[in-house]
Design a protein around this ligand. Structure first.
Ligand code: IMP
Length: 202
């Protein structure tokens, strides 16, 4: 099962699992409560979500904890990336808040607008053992945000070496997996590591 209530993440995690012949229900579909993310790292919070879901269902549970880390903001929003969008999950407001803070710091040149996404993935097995991996993708923050694909901060994130934001890419391009590439997004790169550990080859 996929331990998320976030529809954007769920779609990507299902797409990543599908070529390995794995189908999964989600925590949202099962009506599970969302555990409080009390960890102080992406890895800790991925573990909290996966362990809670595995305990509640008796199924192997796959969780992602991820976020956007902005260099000029000392790593914010980081593990608080979802919270910056507030109760209404308003990511345009969260991107605007980041942009205001960057402007206040005079961060207008691309070299002062460096950021990366991190994804920590955890699989919790019913026998209590865990598989944990983490990966990142580096890029620059674009303003104004561009594109309507993806979710969260995707329209503001320009991955290094590309001219289009994640918001302007299909999910297939954002994953950047074979035959297109060897993994582009933080989540796809982490998933490649996870697949090596515990999934059948594609
Ligand atoms: P959490 O892992 O549930 O704490 O939430 C992570 C938050 O980081 C998401 O709600 C998004 O706002 C943001 N985020 C994580 N991964 C991505 C991504 O691939 N694209 C855009 N935003 C992301």
């Amino acid at each position: 099962m996929i331990a998320t209530h976030n529809p954007g993440k769920l779609a990507e995690m299902r797409e990543l699992l599908a070529p390995h012949g794995v189908e999964a229900v989600s925590a949202g579909e099962l009506g599970l409560a969302e555990p409080e993310e009390t960890g102080d790292s992406f890895r800790a919070n991925a573990g909290i979500k996966a362990i809670a879901a595995a305990k509640a269902t008796g199924l192997p549970a796959f969780a992602d904890d991820s976020g956007l880390v902005v260099d000029a903001l000392d790593g914010a929003p980081g593990i608080h990336s979802a919270r910056w969008a507030g109760e209404g999950k308003d990511f345009m407001a969260a991107m605007t808040r980041i942009e205001r803070l960057l402007q206040e710091r005079g961060a207008t040149a691309p070299e002062h607008r460096k950021a990366h996404f991190v994804s920590a993935l955890c699989v919790a097995w019913p026998d209590d053992h865990l598989e944990e991996v983490e990966a990142r993708v580096d890029g620059t923050l674009a303003w104004p945000p561009r594109g309507t694909a993806g979710f969260g901060y995707d329209p503001a994130f320009l991955p290094d070496g590309y001219t289009r934001t994640f918001g302007e890419m299909s999910s297939i391009e954002k994953h950047g997996l074979p035959p297109l590439g060897l993994g582009l997004s933080h989540r796809a790169r982490a998933f490649v590591k996870l697949a090596e550990i515990c999934l059948e080859p594609r």
